[in-house]
Design a protein around this ligand. Structure first.
Ligand code: ADP
Length: 505
């Protein structure tokens, strides 16, 4: 029962039923039209035949009266020797009634067939005699067979008398033909309905197969099975479009799931390392330390690692708050030249310590706009600390500031180790770090969150960030910030030719 209910509600059933219903209506319409046409043609043909007989009758019937006698009577002038005329007379006389002005039939001119149809009342006879036009009507014999009748009158030669004359023709053959047509339609209709439903069922079934495949595939998809794809039929129709869209959606989900998975792994890894170190240090201290000094050293070391731990947690919290829209920009009117200059100044000492030449080259005197000072300073700090971290001694770092249309354009460029092209599109992801031999050896290990912050800050200001790099030669980050900001919700990462990565925010 439930299954039947389910089928009756299915799209396949509905489409087939609608298609069958429409087709049946159309067929009924065509049949009715055809039947109507057939009936009209049969009627016209019968009337033509009767009219022809009437013309023949008129030229072969006269109403005469014998000289000296008051009575008039109809006289026929058929040449019975001529087979054609004999035939015509027989045809006319088969359904014939002639009556005088009182409606009294002339005995030898009332055929038995017409009699069986019922002689017309005197009132009807009078009505016919008074009418200038022939009257057409249909009558039925006792067996129910229909006849088409034409009633009119013939006038005597002296125009003093009118005689009612009715002739007719059996309509039985035509009625039988129409009945046959009706039976044929009645017999064909259920057959056509069944056939129609079946073809509709088969075709809609075929057309809906990809939809079912999508549903089945969707049922099998889970977090661990996102590599599943629905094969495209390559027909270019709407369902193919649906399949492609669905596959693209799964692909995006797969990428997102992998990122989330990778992110969880990275977070656990980042948090586990300091926890293991702290635990190790404390265990060793517990087992080996004897003096207060030794305990103090162990606690200081542990505190340093705990500090790193809380640094990671703080950064992660802030980043996730930022990305879920919980951090709202505190925009104010700022001069970017002044803000950038201040940050570059702060980095002069670490740059000198790393034997790097750090320059600030503004192309404009002032660059006013609406920005969040703290976030802009954070963005520049992250870029500069990376540049210092990844540029070997003797290299240089240059920060330029200019205008590009209504945007402020900030470029932070270094002559450092560069980023291999395969890593470039990923550097804005959380915890992503380029892990080459040199990088692993690097004493100052970052969290891999700095560029994620840069990415969010630029996005929150409605701008774009673009990274270009050449391994061994250097890296440059170009940021465009609308000066009278608009914010955009979703980040869009644009693939650039190798050696470039861009995040449009
Ligand atoms: P981290 O805290 O490790 O610096 P970031 O998100 O700031 O994390 O940077 C991600 C990775 O991008 C870095 O680990 C580094 O491999 C690479 N990177 C970022 N800036 C530069 C640069 N100026 N030169 C070379 N590599 C860079």
């Amino acid at each position: 029962m439930a299954q039947r209910k389910h089928i009756a509600r299915s799209l396949r059933f509905t489409l087939s039923a609608v298609y069958t219903g429409l087709f049946t209506l159309l067929l009924l319409g065509v049949m009715l039209l055809f039947r109507n046409n057939l009936a009209t043609n049969l009627d016209v043909q019968a009337r033509d035949d009767i009219q022809q007989s009437w013309d023949v009758l008129k030229s072969n019937l006269r109403i005469e009266h014998d000289p000296g006698q008051p009575n008039y009577h109809p006289v026929w002038f058929f040449d019975t020797g001529d087979p054609d005329e004999a035939n015509a007379e027989a045809r006319i006389r088969s359904v014939l009634a002639i009556a005088d002005e009182q409606g009294k039939p002339v005995p030898e001119n009332l055929s038995s067939t017409y009699e069986s149809l019922g002689m017309d009342s005197p009132a009807q006879v009078k009505r016919v005699l008074a009418s200038n036009q022939a009257i057409w009507l249909s009558k039925k014999d006792p067996e129910g067979l229909p006849y088409l009748i034409r009633q009119s009158y013939v006038t005597s030669e002296d125009r003093s008398r009118k005689y009612f004359v009715a002739i007719g023709k059996s309509f039985a053959e035509s009625a039988a033909l129409l009945r046959q047509f009706d039976y044929l339609c009645l017999a064909l209709l259920p057959l056509v309905i069944v056939l129609c439903f079946l073809t509709g069922w088969i075709f809609t079934g075929r057309s809906l197969t990809p939809v079912l495949q999508i549903a089945q595939a969707a049922q099998h998809i889970s977090g661990s099975n996102l590599s599943l794809r629905i094969p495209s039929r390559r027909t270019g129709d709407e369902l193919d479009y649906l399949v492609d869209t669905f596959n693209q959606m799964i692909e995006r989900l797969e990428i997102n799931f992998n990122q989330v998975r990778q992110f969880s792994t990275d977070v656990s890894h980042e948090l586990r390392t300091p926890i293991t170190i702290v635990r190790g240090q404390l265990e060793v201290a517990l087992l080996t330390a004897n003096t207060a000094e030794q305990y103090r050293d162990a606690i200081v070391d542990s505190l340093q690692d705990i500090e790193r731990l809380s640094q990671i947690v703080r950064a992660l919290l802030l980043l996730s708050q930022a990305e879920t829209g919980q951090v709202i920009l505190q925009k104010q009117s700022l001069d970017l030249v002044e803000v950038s200059e201040g940050i570059v100044d702060q980095f002069q000492i670490p740059a000198e310590g790393a034997s790097l030449d750090l320059k600030f080259l503004p192309k404009v005197l002032r660059c006013p706009g609406e920005f969040d000072r703290i976030q802009i300073e954070r963005m520049l700090s992250n870029l500069l600390s990376n540049a210092i971290k990844f540029t070997p001694a003797g290299g240089s770092i240059c920060v330029t500031l200019g205008l590009d249309g209504d945007n402020a354009e900030i470029v932070v460029e270094d002559t450092g180790q560069g980023i291999p092209p395969e890593h470039l599109p990923l550097i804005f992801d959380r915890f992503y770090r380029v892990r080459g031999k040199e990088e692993q050896a690097s004493p100052e290990k970052g969290l891999g969150l700095g560029l994620s912050f840069v990415s969010w800050i630029v996005r929150a200001h409605g701008g774009t960030v673009e990274a270009r790099s050449e391994k061994g030669k250097g890296t440059s980050f170009r940021i465009l910030l609308p000066r009278h900001g608009n914010s955009v919700d979703e980040p869009r990462v644009h693939e650039l030719p190798s050696g470039e990565a861009m995040r449009q925010l």
